[in-house]
Ligand binder design. Sequence first.
Ligand code: AR6
Length: 185
Amino acid sequence: MTRESVIVNDTAMNSIQVVTGDITRLAMDAIVNAANASLLGGGGVDGAIHRAGGPAILEACRTIRQTLYPDGLPSGEAVVTTGGQLPARLVIHTAGPIYHADPDPAGHLAQCYRRCLELAHAHGVKRLAFPGISTGVYGFPKAEAARIAVLTIRTFFAQNPEAGLSVTLVAFSTADAQLLQQACT
Ligand code: AR6
């Protein structure tokens, strides 16, 4: 895990930083999963989180499907489960937009970040890490996704100055980290 730099302190209480590495290794209060509507696992970061976190996460996701979202998690929504065996206490699962199929990919991506931040705040999370939601198999252009992520997080900070959130944007490559850093400037 490489700590690239502390990018910005938007207020005395809230901050954003960019790191490069595997999100499943981070000892956060919560990490975000770029999941899908089924909530039942997949590849990419979703697969990595379920592998590292163990069966308790899938069990919690199944319960959510049986109760809250029998038809699947809509794009732009988010739910919380245990972190299982992860170093993170909680996982916030969100279903990002499929870039070439969603009628409003930018709007839904912003909504994903906003809902995750709201849920994190409601659960007393202070240290929260995001992967690049939708920037893998869902095909969202990475530079635009990075700008939407940073803008949405800063807007949340402005509206919730007391939240005390330290947000870590996790890049999976140094090229992705550069895009995130550019989005922060
Ligand atoms: N740590 C941090 N970032 C990662 C990791 C990791 N361990 N693994 C991948 N990434 P993707 P999506 C980055 O495809 O586009 C799944 O099958 C990766 O480089 O995981 O939202 C789900 O089940 C990329 O920048 O998620 C869904 O079906 C970013 O995480 C679908 O993929 C997201 O890539 C969701 O697609």
